[in-house]
Design a protein around this ligand. Sequence first.
Ligand SMILES: CC(=O)N[C@H]1[C@@H](OP(=O)(O)OP(=O)(O)OC[C@H]2O[C@@H](n3ccc(=O)[nH]c3=O)[C@H](O)[C@@H]2O)O[C@H](CO)[C@H](O)[C@@H]1O
Ligand SMILES: [Mn+2]
Length: 340
Amino acid sequence: CCNTANERMRGREHFLLSLVMAGGVVICWLVFSYCASVSLNQVHRQVVLNHRLQSKQAQLMEPVRTDVLTVTPWLAPIVWEGTFDPQVIDEAFMSQNLTIATTVFAVGKYTRFLQDFLESAEKHFMVGLDVHYYVFTDRPGNMPDNVTLGVGRLLSIVRVPKFARWQEISLRRMELIQTAIKDHIHRGANYIFCLDVDMRFHSRVGPEALGRLVAAIHPWFYTYPRSQYPYERRTISTAYIPLDQGDFYYQANIFGGALEDVYRLTKTCREHLEVDKSVGVEAVWQEESHLNWYLLRNKPTKLLSPEYVWDDAKERDAKEIKLVRFSSVIKNKAEVRENL
Ligand SMILES: CC(=O)N[C@H]1[C@@H](OP(=O)(O)OP(=O)(O)OC[C@H]2O[C@@H](n3ccc(=O)[nH]c3=O)[C@H](O)[C@@H]2O)O[C@H](CO)[C@H](O)[C@@H]1O
Ligand SMILES: [Mn+2]
């Protein structure tokens, strides 16, 4: 009698256990698919307009810019003045509740650039969207205290060590950004932009600049043949690019995109910088050389024209530049850098 009763009991236990396990699997699957759909929906949505918007009709036979390339051979748009309607772009992005993480390093004497950088960013950078600045610095006491941030805009300080050489301060950014994305930024942002601090905004840099992987074309080399781009040409470096390869020369002063894509970029560049270091090589333009290597293999999904990385040391008389949005300020390198 007891045997069969025992067996029945064990059978019921097995049944209950299987039920619990099956339930667990179903719950896990539901949670996973919910999270996956959320993370996919968070960014890269199609353009959806909620209101009737009076915008100019696009004319297929009347290209808006005939003087410059507005799309790459891999069909990524190149953003120039005239190629987008700011109202349509704003309308499409404002309702999505996006947060743009923005990293900027101000190490050593470079804290002096923060005031103008932040003040001009408040006027022109992603206005109307939530922006979370992450200021990486070794001198939190030197932060400007009179910059007023707009509604929805936050600033956090990330303490970093000061490396002895300016080259290292610059190139270590890849590692520090990668770590920061993993440790905290990924929780509170949809997109990230990584910017130099010795820069000033002059005009709109808005959601037209958002994309999965975004890079800007350097203002000094865009008329050059690729064999003359200042890529790393020594085969011993992981940033090596042969003379017959290359799309554009990108400037490292601004790059960005979705968190996942920028995480992968910074991780690869960091690893390559470490490999180079282990064999005693430093690429000709440090992390910029590695960025260019990465973007040759992993094509950006959106390119920013040199309007988005001008240089104050360069004349503004080029007729293709209808306006300068963001530019490097002229600095006394001997004075601000630790070594030269
Ligand atoms: C024209 C030119 O020379 N361009 C190169 C130079 O750009 P840049 O002259 O723009 O380099 P930079 O001196 O602005 O350094 C890059 C960024 O690193 C941070 N920083 C740097 C030094 C420092 O002491 N404290 C500090 O905070 C800061 O955010 C700065 O904006 O160097 C870069 C980084 O290697 C790239 O190779 C550029 O191609
Ligand atoms: Mn700079």
